[in-house]
Design a protein around this ligand. Structure first.
Ligand SMILES: [Zn+2]
Length: 291
C-alpha cells in the first residue's frame, strides 16, 4: 500500500484520533504546567464544549468536502497543479503551501468583512485560551469557510492525499497552538518560522486589535510573513495580557444563545479606529515584549 492510498483509507480516522488524544493529553498538561493563570474556567469550558459539538455537527451542512473537490479536479485534470505531471515533492510542497494559503486567506477575510467577523468573533470572544478554545466556533463558521475554500481547492488543483496530510497537521497544530502551554524559548525562536506555535497564535487572541489582526495562519506562518501580518511580539507580556475582545468581556461572552445570535448583531466598535487598551501603551510608543 502506498502512502497516498493509506492516507486516503485512514486519514479521517487518524485525524479524529490525533485531535482527541492531543486534546486530552494537553488538557491534563495545562493543569500542571499552564502558562497563564486562569481560574473560574467552568462557564468557558461548558460553552466551548457546546460550540465544539455544534461545529462538528455543522460540518455536514456542505455536501462536498475539500477532499471531494480535489478528487473531482484531479479526475478531470482541472486546476493549476493538475495541468502537468509534477514530481511528488512539488505536489506535496505546492499543496501544503497553497492549502495553508487558503486557510490564511479565509481567516483574513473573517477579520476584514463585517458579516464574516460577526461569525468569527465568537472564537475571539473567549476571554482565556486553552485547548477548549480550539473548536469554539459559531456553527456557521466551518460551512462558510468551506464554501470559500472549496472552489479555491479545485481552481488550484490540490492533491487529494496531500490535502489529507494537511488536515492531519491542522488537527494537531491547532490544538497545540490554542493550548495554555509554552514551548521553550530556544525552540520557539526558530520553530515559529516553520510552524505556528502557541506563543505566535496567542498574539492573534490578544484583545489589542493590531495584534488580533495578525498571524492568520493556522499551521504555517509563511503567508503571514509574505504579506506582513506576521507578529512575534506583543505590547504587554503574554502571561498577563488581555485575551479576547476589548469591547465585550462580561458573562455574555459565554452565553450560548447570545453567541449563536452574534451574526445578527451589528458591531460598530469593531469598525471604528483601533484604540489602545486600558493600561496598554498606545501604538505610538509600545513596549514590545517577545512571547
Ligand atoms: Zn481570528
Amino acid at each position: 500500500m502506498t502512502t497516498s492510498s493509506w492516507l486516503i483509507a485512514n486519514g479521517e480516522d487518524l485525524q479524529a484520533f490525533l485531535f482527541l488524544v492531543l486534546m486530552a493529553v494537553l488538557f491534563i498538561a495545562e493543569r500542571f504546567v499552564g502558562f497563564r493563570q486562569s481560574d473560574g474556567n467552568g462557564p468557558r469550558w461548558r460553552t466551548n464544549a457546546v460550540l465544539t459539538v455544534l461545529s462538528l455537527l455543522s460540518m455536514g451542512i456542505v455536501p462536498i468536502s475539500f477532499f471531494g473537490a480535489a478528487v473531482w479536479a484531479e479526475s478531470t485534470n482541472f486546476g493549476l497543479l493538475n495541468l502537468a505531471k509534477l514530481p511528488v515533492w512539488v505536489l506535496v510542497a505546492g499543496t501544503l503551501l497553497l492549502r495553508g494559503g487558503i486557510s490564511t486567506f479565509t481567516h483574513w477575510l473573517n477579520h476584514r468583512i463585517p458579516w464574516l467577523w460577526r461569525i468569527h468573533r465568537v472564537h475571539h470572544l473567549d476571554t482565556e485560551m486553552d485547548v477548549t478554545t480550539t473548536v469554539r466556533f459559531h456553527p456557521l463558521e466551518i460551512p462558510v469557510s468551506a464554501l470559500i475554500g472549496i472552489p479555491l481547492v479545485a481552481i488550484l488543483g490540490l492533491s487529494p492525499w496531500v490535502l489529507l496530510l494537511y488536515e492531519l497537521l491542522d488537527a494537531s497544530v491547532t490544538v497545540i497552538t490554542h493550548s495554555n502551554l509554552q514551548l521553550p524559548k530556544w525552540i520557539d525562536r526558530w520553530f515559529c518560522y516553520v510552524f505556528v506555535t502557541p506563543s505566535l497564535h496567542r498574539v492573534h487572541h490578544s484583545s489589542f486589535q493590531p495584534e488580533t489582526d495578525s498571524n492568520f495562519g493556522a499551521v504555517f506562518p509563511f503567508w503571514d510573513i509574505i504579506f506582513g501580518t506576521f507578529r512575534k511580539a506583543t505590547i504587554n507580556p503574554q502571561q498577563s495580557m488581555q485575551i479576547g475582545l476589548a469591547e465585550l468581556r462580561g458573562p455574555e461572552t459565554q452565553r450560548i444563545i447570545a453567541l449563536l445570535l452574534s451574526p445578527l448583531r451589528a458591531d460598530t466598535s469593531r469598525l471604528a479606529k483601533p484604540v489602545s487598551m486600558p493600561g496598554q501603551p498606545s501604538e505610538d510608543g509600545p513596549t514590545i515584549v517577545e512571547g
